[in-house]
Ligand binder design. Structure first.
Ligand code: DCS
Length: 288
């Protein structure tokens, strides 16, 4: 394999030469944003949606990205080519740049720091076929979860609680209302309809969620963006989570409670098939 290349502040450099400054605001404050983008068969999946969300996150936190959307998209494509990525992800991060530590914005013409790297990553076929388990966790995060911010402490604590108990994901809830997973959106099937939290400030509006909304509409399954409670989740016919890396992932058990029959349900499996179809059209990938 060729020496791994990363993108750091305007240049493609060797991974071992990529060093960040200790006064980078991303490092000191988590003052930045990121995206995780999927590559199937060497091609980027839903690139425009991810790029647009990155620029929207930037606007919401008054962060200037020192490249325009087309430039950044072509950087992503070049990186994939240089690293010869077949099945993988691109991680891209923009922070508010380097300046002496102070809470307020640096001012002047300090440029944001942009980094991107790739990683090989296979589709999680076994888990997608068998389903995974999850645990319920109180959502302790801030009130701008719509921004894909580097500040992930709440998410990390939730995921760690799940992992330490042997679960794949933490399902967060604010009081009785289910919001989202620690790194995924949450869906239930009830009376044949799909329910998910509306795209408000309390969740990240996932790109996978948007693809699911689209394929649900095409397959005639009602897609209802309405909150549901923990009790409704535990009594659901089916449940799944969705993200760039997990795709449509069936959840068959939450803590001690089996969801539905305790196996991936028919609506979930249908969505998985359609999701794979979408990947095939966009990226000419091998069927799992
Ligand atoms: N909600 C949260 C909190 C997330 O972190 C993610 C993805 C999602 C929802 C789903 O969004 P996408 O469908 O756009 O991926 N988190 C990314 C991450 O941190 N790792 O992989 C995906």
């Amino acid at each position: 394999m060729a020496v791994e290349t990363v993108f750091l502040n305007g240049e493609f450099v060797k991974r071992s030469d990529a060093k960040v400054d200790i006064e980078d605001r991303g490092y000191q404050f988590g003052d930045g944003i990121y995206e995780v983008i999927r590559v199937y068969s060497g091609e980027v999946f839903t690139m425009d949606e991810h790029m647009e969300r990155l620029y929207q996150s930037a606007d919401k936190m008054k962060l200037k990205i020192p490249f325009d959307l087309q430039e950044l998209s072509s950087i992503v494509c070049k990186l994939i080519e240089k690293n010869d990525v077949e099945e993988g992800i691109v991680y891209m991060q923009v922070s508010r740049g380097i300046s002496p530590r102070q809470h307020h914005f640096p001012g002047g013409d300090i440029s944001g720091s942009v980094i991107a790297y790739t990683k090989d990553f296979k589709r999680p076929s076994k888990q997608m076929n068998e389903g995974v388990t999850a645990t319920l966790v109180e959502d302790i995060r801030w009130l701008r979860c719509d921004i894909k911010s580097l500040n992930l402490l709440g998410n990390i604590l939730a995921k760690e609680e799940a992992a330490s108990k042997g679960h794949f994901e933490a399902i967060q809830h604010r009081g009785e209302t289910v919001t989202e997973g620690s790194s995924s959106n949450v869906f239930i099937v009830k009376d044949g309809s799909i329910y998910t939290h509306p795209a408000t400030n309390l969740i990240l509006n996932g790109i996978t969620r948007r693809v699911i909304k689209d394929i649900a509409a095409k397959s005639g399954v009602p897609f209802v963006e309405k909150t549901f409670t923990v009790d409704e989740l535990l009594a659901a016919e089916e449940m799944f989570i969705a993200s760039t890396t997990s795709e449509v992932m069936p959840v068959i058990k939450v803590d001690e409670v089996n969801i539905g029959q305790g196996v991936p349900g028919p609506v979930t499996v249908k969505l998985q098939e359609m999701f794979t179809g979408r990947i095939l059209t966009e990226c000419k990938v091998q069927q799992v």
